[in-house]
Design a protein around this ligand. Structure first.
Ligand SMILES: *[C@@H]1O[C@H](CO)[C@@H](O)[C@H](O)[C@H]1NC(C)=O
Ligand SMILES: *[C@@H]1O[C@H](CO)[C@@H](O)[C@H](O)[C@H]1NC(C)=O
Ligand SMILES: *[C@@H]1O[C@H](CO)[C@@H](O)[C@H](O)[C@H]1NC(C)=O
Ligand SMILES: *[C@@H]1O[C@H](CO)[C@@H](O)[C@H](O)[C@H]1NC(C)=O
Ligand SMILES: *[C@@H]1O[C@H](CO)[C@@H](O)[C@H](O)[C@H]1NC(C)=O
Ligand SMILES: *[C@@H]1O[C@H](CO)[C@@H](O)[C@H](O)[C@H]1NC(C)=O
Length: 386
């Protein structure tokens, strides 16, 4: 029986591969940074996130913004959010801080190439869109055109504004962390990285309530986006870069057809050594050992050719208060994040005779590390309406 069983499953796999090839011949990869079409009915969300890493200072900034079409149309949970994230103190206990503003959907304008969005991001054409939200007390403008990104967020008196230079893509032909295969499956949640580390042109932060002013033209910026039905049940997200290395990952318990699946998307780069390795659930196995109460997430991911160990730690005093995330009915408290985590990364490559041999070992400091949903210490960021 067994050989027959194997044969059958081989045939099934071959069939799936042929289907995938047909799908891929039809569609090439796309630049998914542009906004998707808003469906008439929820749940649906789309959210962007950028993270600014200073080159010669531990100061860090982030921006996140997005919108939700709720599953329950009568829900009063906020549907539009913009947040400035900042960590401006150099030493000591200085957790990540956030400044949030909610907006009415009626005061949001989302356009691609200057027009209302009527089709999903097309393959490979350059990102070109604008997301604007305003209220009596706040205004958020985010714009990508001519391979430059502009942002100007004035939220309740504080302001983060600036310009980012050309994007450094994750992969060829607009390929993101999901790679050319997973991208075509109907996932409940998608993650796309537009740029690994763009050079900032200039930026400025002002917060009158604390008197903090920060201006710089010496930083790199990670730009990414999520969209789908809702953030998952439990997740870990991390991103960081040093002069030579870069890491970004997102994963956790994703519910696919009522089954909770543990899935991680992981990318590692060493620009000096020209190393670029990506892991997806279809080509790798991730073993994760994490504890939100103690502030660590240690992952080991193994594919046929590579093994990557990422030991990520943060002092729990550096974690933010609960941040908002897009859930099925709007933005609710969802996760905690540190901009003070350290990542130790060890990359191995499989050799025919010696097995896995170490090819890179890096320490990336002051990275972002987020625990979300049930992975937050004592699940303390439970959904509550602000
Ligand atoms: C949303 O609109 C309502 C009614 O027009 C208004 O009272 C409220 O202040 C607005 N909320 C925001 C965040 O602008
Ligand atoms: C916001 O501004 C509008 C128009 O200027 C005004 O009608 C409304 O009362 C203001 N809402 C609040 C909450 O200040
Ligand atoms: C983008 O480039 C086009 C063509 O070079 C130019 O006409 C346009 O003004 C540029 N837009 C911005 C905002 O720089
Ligand atoms: C970097 O590696 C890629 C393959 O991973 C290769 O195509 C490219 O030529 C390499 N670039 C340099 C500068 O060695
Ligand atoms: C990373 O964490 C694993 C356990 O998750 C541990 O066995 C290993 O020693 C750690 N590696 C380093 C370099 O600290
Ligand atoms: C996780 O990694 C850190 C840093 O290498 C290490 O100190 C710690 O022991 C690891 N934790 C577990 C549970 O393996």
């Amino acid at each position: 029986m067994k050989p027959l069983y194997y044969k059958e499953s081989l045939i099934t796999w071959r069939f799936l591969q042929i289907c995938l090839v047909l799908v891929l011949l039809n569609e090439s990869n796309s630049n998914q940074f542009d906004p998707h079409v808003l469906p008439k009915y929820g749940p649906f969300f789309e959210g962007w996130y950028i993270r600014i890493t200073e080159s010669h200072s531990p100061v860090r900034f982030g921006l996140l913004f997005g919108h939700v079409i709720p599953e329950d149309a009568s829900s009063v949970t906020p549907r539009v959010l913009a947040t400035i994230l900042y960590k401006t103190c150099q030493d000591g206990n200085c957790p990540l801080k956030s400044i949030d503003a909610f907006f009415n959907f009626s005061s949001v304008s989302i356009t691609a190439k200057g027009h209302r969005v009527t089709k999903d991001p097309d393959d490979e054409s350059p990102a070109n869109f604008e997301w604007v939200a305003s209220s009596n007390t706040s205004m958020a403008i985010f714009k990508v055109v001519n391979d430059s990104t502009y942002f100007d967020f004035k939220l309740n008196g504080a302001r983060l504004s600036g310009k980012v230079g050309r994007h450094i893509p994750w992969g060829p032909h607009g390929e993101g962390p999901e790679g050319p295969f997973i991208e075509h499956f109907p996932l409940p949640l998608s993650w796309f990285v537009y740029s690994l580390r763009s050079q900032i042109v200039h930026y400025e932060f002002q917060d009158p309530t604390t008197g903090i002013v920060w201006r710089s033209d010496n930083a790199v910026v990670h730009l990414e986006k999520n969209w789908g039905k809702s953030f998952p049940k439990a997740w870990i997200w991390a991103q960081g870069t040093s002069d030579v290395a870069y890491v970004a990952l997102s994963g956790g318990l994703v519910t696919i057809a009522t089954v909770d699946v543990l899935a991680y998307l992981i990318g590692y780069r060493n620009f000096a050594k020209n190393l670029s390795v990506n892991f997806q659930p279809i080509n790798s196995v991730t073993v994760s050992n994490h504890n939100g109460c103690r502030g660590y997430a240690n992952l080991t991911v193994t594919s046929v050719l590579h093994k990557l160990i990422l030991n990520m730690t943060t002092n729990i005093n550096q974690l933010s208060d609960c941040l908002y995330g897009p859930m099925k009915n709007g933005f609710t408290k969802a996760c905690v994040e540190s901009y003070d985590a350290n990542i130790e990364a060890v990359l191995y490559k499989k050799h025919l005779i010696d097995g896995f041999v170490e090819v890179d070992h890096q320490f990336i400091l002051k990275t972002g590390l987020e625990f979300g949903g049930e992975y937050v210490c004592r699940n303390m960021c439970r959904p509550t309406v602000p």
